[in-house]
Design a protein around this ligand. Sequence first.
Ligand code: DC
Length: 230
Amino acid sequence: MTSVIVVPVLAIDGPSGSGKGTVGQLLAQRLGWHFLDSGALYRALAVAADAASVDLGDKPRLAQLAVDMDIRFVPRGGGDVVDVLLNGQEIGDRLRTEESGRRASILAAVPEVRRALLQKQHSFRQMPGLVADGRDMGSTVFPDAILKVFLTASAEVRAERRYKQLKDKGFDVNLRRLLDEIRERDARDAGREASPLKPASDACILDTSQLDISGVVERIYGLLQQRRPG
Ligand code: DC
């Protein structure tokens, strides 16, 4: 009898600023699993489109760029900092800007782009396991994930978190503008037809407004232990 080994996936979805990136990374470290920041793929495509002067309305060229782009996440010196290489060039700083996030959210609404990125996302599923964060990890990309978590928090709380994060990194930011941008991005990500931002029907929904990062990590780790065989 042959048995198929299925690589376990923990899917963490939610809107921008819900804490899924930080939480996902910490859980991946704790579990010794791989980590996929799927938003970085959409952001990298936004950077690639800009570099190649491809208009965000040009769907066929965007989809082709998505197929062709070579994106790698390389831990710097074996530490926690990860360099993001797009076609061999480090793009970390450009990736994390609000403008890249806004442009990523626009091109993420294009079904051909989402299809083109699907295979890239699946290629991250490797032993011993994968923590995947994004908007549609549980609903579309890894529907057989052993645990699906959907993190939420009010737009105000998320804007304040983002404000602190960016301020700490030395960016010049305005809280009111961040709140407007977060609301605009939520509306676009949730309102699109292709894989909209919404919890999978079997996702555990966790409101993180009143929880700190370690509280969220503990909660999810506990849920995962209940699901894992053995
Ligand atoms: O998670 P993030 O803020 O880095 O994502 C940037 C944008 O990419 C987000 O506004 C919508 C899009 N995105 C998506 O549509 N699906 C994903 N799985 C991840 C990100």
